[in-house]
Design a protein around this ligand. Structure first.
Ligand code: G6P
Length: 607
C-alpha cells in the first residue's frame, strides 16, 4: 500500500525524506508529499504523480528547513489521486500533520461529527479525519490526545504525527499496518518498510499492534495505549535493499501471494457491519436490483476468470441468468443488452482498454455498469455508474494473485447483498455465509502453510511440456486461472478443460506421464470428477488433486493437497492458493523471470 517515512535528528530532514520516499517507489503510488517543522510552522509540499514532481518542487528536499519531518507515498483509497488528497494532512489550523497507511473504516461518521462542530475539511481522505481529531481534542499533551483519538478509530493504520509546537518529537502508531522504527546516532526514523531506512541504519524496532513510539533525537520510547512502557529487543536487519523491497522474499509474486489473507480481510471487513453486508458506496437502488433480468460480466485475463467463477455463484444464489464475457469479444459482437441488464466490470488496473470499451458499449446500450476495481480514480472506476474497490494494494508482479483474490471477495459480498434484496438467500444461510466469509482470511492463511508440499509437487512436474487442468462447475472456472497462472510465468503449455469435455477430444492428448491437475472441491460432483481422474490415470496421466480435508479418501486416488472445507461459494478463494504456489514454484525451478514474464504487461492499455 502506501509508504511512510519520518526523520528526527540534527541534519536537514528534507533530503532524507525524499531519499526515503524514493526507496518506497517500487511499492506503487500515485502522489507523494513531505511535511517539516521549520521551527515556526509545519510546511507541507505534496503533489500528484511521480516523486520527480515533488523533488523538483522542493529541490530534492533542500528547499525546506527543519530537522524533523514526515513523508508519504500515497496509493489512493478514499478520494482520487490529487494534490489535495496526497499526504501529509494538516489539521485545520496547521498545528498537526499526519501521514497514514491503512483504512479508517468509520471515517465518515467521525467526519460528520467534526463537520457538525464546525471543523472544515480540505480533502476527501479518511486520513484527514485523524489530523482534525487530534486538533479537536488537543489540550496540552500530544501523546494523551493521540491515545484518545486512537480509541475512536476503527480500521487499520500506521501513523506518523508531528506538531507545530513541538519540533522535538514524532509520534508513531501501528495497528494492522506495518511500521518500524530505525535507530541511529542522535537521529531516529520511522518507516513502513525497511527499504526506506537501510542507507541510514540497520537497527530497528518492529512495532506490534496498538504500540505507540515516541521518537526524539536521542531516544525512542515505546508504550501501549495505557501508557505503559513496552520493552523491545533491537533487531538487526541483514537483508540487502533488493530483498528488503520484496519483504525478504525472492519475488514480488510470492510476497503478494503471502499478502492475500490481509488483502481479503481489508476488502471484506469494511463491508460487514453487525452481521450484514453494507455497500454504502453504491448508488444502485433496491428497485433497480430487482428490475434486472440478467447480469453480464466483462473483463480480461484473470479478471475474466473471476467473472466465470461469479457466473456460477450468481446464478446459483440469485437465480438470474449470468453471462461472463471476454471484454474483447463482447465489444465487437453486437451484444443484446439493455437497461434490464446489469453489467459487472472487473479490472485490477481499471485501465484495460478492452474492458473499458466493453463497459462503454454496455452503457451506450442502456446497461448500468458496476465496476470492481483496485486502482482508485482509474478510468473504469471513474466512468462506471458505481464502483466497489478491492483493497489489494499495489500489485507489482505481472501475474495477478492478490487482486484476483480480492475480486473474488467482492463477488461474494455482491452475491450476499443482492441475494438478501432479492430474497433468494434464506436468513440462516445468510448468517452462516457471513460467518464463513469473515473467517476466510484465516483459512487462506492455513492453505499458505502448505507451501512446502506445493514446492515438492512442483519439483515433480517442472520439466513437463504440457500440463492439463480439469474441474467441474466452480472447479472448472478455477482451473482456468490455475492454467493461466502456470503458463504465463513458467512458459509450460497448459490448458484447462471442463472435466466432462475430456471424452470429446482432450483425452487423446493424455499419454504416459502427462501431468493433470484435478480440482476436486465441488461437493456435488466429486463422484463425477473422480471418474474423470480414473479415466486419465488409466491412460498414463500423473494426477495431482486439490480437495477438501473432509474427503481424505481422495489421497488414495492421487497425490493431493488438502484445503479446509468451507461452503461451495467460498472454496475458490482457498483452492486458488495451491494453484498460485504451484505455478510459482514451477517457474522458480525453471529459473524464469517470475515477476516480469516475457511479452506480458501488467496493464494492457491498448487493444
Ligand atoms: C494483464 C495482467 C493480468 C490481468 C489482465 C487484466 O493480462 O497480466 O494479470 O488479469 O491484464 O487486467 P486488469 O487490470 O483489467 O485486471
Amino acid at each position: 500500500m502506501c509508504g511512510i517515512v519520518g526523520y528526527i535528528g540534527c541534519e536537514p530532514a528534507g533530503p532524507y525524506l525524499i531519499d526515503g520516499l524514493a526507496k518506497l517507489e517500487y511499492r506503487g503510488y500515485d502522489s507523494a508529499g513531505i511535511c517539516l517543522n521549520d521551527g515556526k510552522e509545519l510546511v507541507v509540499k505534496k503533489a500528484k504523480g511521480q516523486l520527480a514532481v515533488l523533488k523538483e518542487m522542493t529541490d530534492n528536499g533542500k528547499s525546506l528547513s527543519g530537522t524533523v519531518g514526515i513523508g508519504h507515498t500515497r496509493w489512493a483509497t478514499h478520494g482520487e489521486p490529487s494534490d489535495v488528497n496526497a499526504h501529509p494532512h494538516l489539521s485545520e489550523s496547521g498545528r498537526f500533520a499526519v501521514v497514514h497507511n491503512g483504512i479508517i473504516e468509520n471515517y465518515q461518521q467521525l467526519k460528520d461529527y467534526l463537520i457538525s462542530k464546525g471543523v472544515v475539511f480540505r480533502s476527501m481522505t479518511d486520513t484527514e479525519v485523524i489530523a482534525q481529531l487530534i486538533e479537536f481534542y488537543y489540550h496540552d499533551s500530544l501523546i494523551d490526545t493521540v491515545i484518545k483519538v486512537l480509541g475512536k478509530l476503527e480500521g487499520s493504520y500506521a501513523l506518523g504525527v508531528i506538531s507545530r509546537e513541538n519540533p522535538d518529537e514524532i509520534i508513531a502508531v501501528r495497528k494492522e499496518s506495518p511500521l518500524i522504527i530505525g535507530l541511529g546516532e542522535k537521529e531516529n526514523f520511522i518507516a513502513s518498510d525497511v527499504t526506506a531506512i537501510l542507507s541510514k541504519t540497520r537497527k530497528i524496532y518492529r512495532l506490534e499492534n496498538n504500540e505507540i513510539a515516541v521518537l526524539r533525537r536521542d531516544s525512542v520510547k515505546i508504550i501501549n495505549t495505557d501508557k505503559e512502557e513496552v520493552h523491545k529487543e533491537v533487531e538487526t536487519v541483514t537483508w540487502d535493499v533488493d530483498a528488503a523491497e520484496k519483504g525478504g522474499y525472492e519475488h514480488f509474486m510470492f510476497k503478494e501471494i503471502m499478502e492475500q489473507p490481509d488483502a481479503i480481510r481489508k476488502t471484506i471487513s469494511p463491508h460487514i457491519k453487525n452481521g450484514r453486508v453494507v455497500l454504502d458506496e453504491i448508488k444502485l437502488t433496491h428497485e433497480q436490483i430487482k428490475s434486472f433480468n440478467k447480469i453480464n460480466i466483462v473483463a480480461c485475463g484473470s479478471a475474466y476468470h473471476v467473472g466465470v467463477v461469479a457466473k456460477y455463484i450468481f446464478e446459483k444464489m440469485l437465480r438470474i441468468p449470468v453471462e461472463a464475457d471476454l471484454a474483447s469479444e463482447f465489444r465487437y459482437r453486437d451484444p443484446i443488452i439493455n437497461d434490464k441488464v446489469l453489467t459487472v466490470v472487473i479490472s485490477q488496473s481499471g485501465e484495460t482498454a478492452d474492458t473499458k470499451e466493453a463497459m462503454k458499449e454496455a452503457q451506450r446500450r442502456g446497461s448500468y455498469a458496476l465496476s470492481i476495481v483496485n486502482v482508485v480514480g482509474s478510468a473504469i472506476a471513474m466512468e462506471s455508474d458505481d464502483v466497489i474497490y478491492t483493497w489489494a494494494g499495489p500489485e507489482i508482479s505481472v501475474a495477478t494473485t492478490k487482486a484476483y483474490s480480492t475480486q473474488l471477495a467482492v463477488v461474494y459480498l455482491l452475491a450476499l447483498y443482492f441475494g438478501d434484496i432479492l430474497g433468494t438467500i434464506v436468513p440462516d444461510e445468510y448468517k452462516a455465509l457471513i460467518n464463513q466469509l469473515e473467517s476466510l482470511p484465516e483459512k487462506v492463511q492455513t492453505v499458505l502453510g502448505h507451501k512446502e508440499r506445493l514446492q515438492y509437487l512442483a519439483s515433480k512436474f517442472f520439466n513437463s511440456k504440457d500440463i492439463f487442468f480439469i474441474g467441474r462447475n466452480i472447479d472448472y472456472a478455477l482451473s482456468l486461472e490455475g492454467s493461466l497462472k502456470l503458463k504465463e510465468i513458467s512458459y509450460i503449455h497448459s490448458e484447462a478443460y471442463a472435466a466432462g469435455e475430456l471424452k470429446h477430444g482432450t483425452i487423446s492428448l493424455i499419454e504416459q506421464g502427462t501431468p493433470v491437475i484435478a480440482l476436486v472441491t465441488h461437493e456435488e460432483l466429486i463422484g463425477k470428477i473422480v471418474s474423470n481422474i480414473e479415466e486419465v490415470k488409466t491412460r498414463g496421466a500423473e494426477v495431482m488433486c486439490i480437495a477438501c480435508d473432509t474427503h481424505p479418501e481422495i489421497k488414495d486416488v492421487a497425490q493431493t493437497v488438502f484445503i479446509p472445507k468451507v461452503c461451495d461459494m467460498l472454496l475458490p478463494s482457498l483452492a486458488v492458493v495451491p494453484l498460485q504456489l504451484f505455478a510459482y514454484y514451477v517457474a522458480s525451478l525453471k529459473g524464469c523471470d517470475i515477476d516480469k514474464p516475457r511479452n506480458l504487461a501488467k496493464s494492457v492499455t491498448v487493444e
